[in-house]
Write a protein that binds this ligand. Structure first.
Ligand code: SF4
Ligand code: MG
Length: 328
């Protein structure tokens, strides 16, 4: 993705510039084949929008999207449909995303037929196979979505994403609607399928804990911008951006004695219709200085190929402030 911008107009007053939602502002990133990239931030930071832009489920206001070296930003609908089987999404709410009037077999058969993966009776065999691959019994395919638990429905959502033979799957908070006890199972399933099917994954999440062990790299977004992008291990060990540090500190810790030490993120994310001037994080940043209110920090590449957008990250690091107390 190159210099992606997405603005949404409010339908009631689309002519007023001040009502535009700046969902994604000048985001560039590359996802390598076979990689798992996590996009993390609080709700309203633009991460779901970015995920949909990468799949071209949304068209960017500005900028370009490439897939396997080919620009797909302005691909005509017929060509985009042909590519759709390669670019798939798993939704946050597995119930809302499954048609309640269709059996699971019908839900899974649709993309198989549409993308001509199989025809005739081989479609049913393929459905059975997909059910087994996501850990469900093949004979359950004739049931309806409401007959399954939340975790099982998300497995069906994953099977549907797999049905057309995808290369890139974006999971939009794929486990955040599930019970904590089920989350790890679904994450493990995704990791296993990634290897088996040769997938590239982009996982959108609001919680750094959930995606810790499955991510190769993590992009942290705040108010439409990437503020830090790094290898997962490096990021969890030593976050460079104050916002990343705050998100890590928000991970629940089991030891009550350590809770007092943690500086939790204060306040809400400002409105994306009027992002703060200068550094967009300055209204909540514990390290903000006068320069931060006027001067917009750009995402720069620093040691180890990490990227960070903060004027003072070096000073903050060398002062040793806010060493993360990330819960395992
Ligand atoms: Fe905080 Fe300033 Fe860095 Fe923004 S630029 S994260 S306000 S120190
Ligand atoms: Mg979202």
């Amino acid at each position: 993705a190159r210099n992606l911008v997405k603005r949404f107009g409010h339908p009631a007053n689309w002519m007023r510039r001040s009502s535009l939602v700046h969902a994604v502002s000048d985001v560039s990133l590359a996802v390598a084949r076979g990689e798992t990239l996590a996009i993390v931030g609080e709700s309203g930071c633009g991460k779901s929008t970015l995920g949909r832009l990468l799949l071209r489920l949304l068209n960017p206001t500005e900028g370009q999207v490439f897939f396997e070296g080919e620009e797909i930003t302005a691909l005509p609908p017929a060509q985009m449909r042909a590519l759709r089987s390669r670019l798939q999404i798993i939704f946050q709410d597995p119930f809302a995303s499954l048609n309640p009037r269709m059996s699971v077999r019908q839900i899974l058969a649709e993309p198989i037929r549409l993308h001509r993966i199989e025809t005739g009776s081989a479609v049913n065999d393929r459905v059975d196979e997909l059910m087994r691959r996501v850990g469900l019994r093949a004979d359950w395919a004739d049931r309806y979505p409401h007959e399954f638990s939340g975790g099982q429905r998300q497995r069906i959502g994953i099977a549907r994403a797999l049905a057309g033979g995808p290369k890139l799957i974006v999971g939009d908070e794929p486990v955040s609607a599930l019970d904590v006890s089920i989350q790890a199972q679904v994450i493990n399933l995704l990791e296993g399928l990634k290897g088996d099917f040769g997938l590239t994954l982009v996982i959108v999440a609001h919680d750094l804990a959930v995606i810790r062990h499955m991510s190769d790299r993590v992009a942290v977004m705040y108010l439409g911008e990437i503020v830090e992008l790094a290898e997962a291990d490096a990021l969890y060990e030593a976050p460079l951006h104050p916002y990343t540090a705050a998100l890590l500190e928000a991970i629940p810790v089991s030891d009550p004695a350590r809770r007092g030490e943690r500086a939790l993120l204060q306040g809400d994310v400002p409105s994306p219709t009027a992002p703060p001037s200068g550094c967009r994080f300055h209204t909540r940043c514990p390290h903000a200085r006068p320069r931060c209110t006027s001067d917009h920090p750009v995402l720069e590449t620093v040691e180890g190929g990490r990227q960070v957008a903060c004027h003072f990250w070096r000073e903050i690091q060398s002062a040793g402030v806010s060493a993360p107390v990330a819960g395992e």
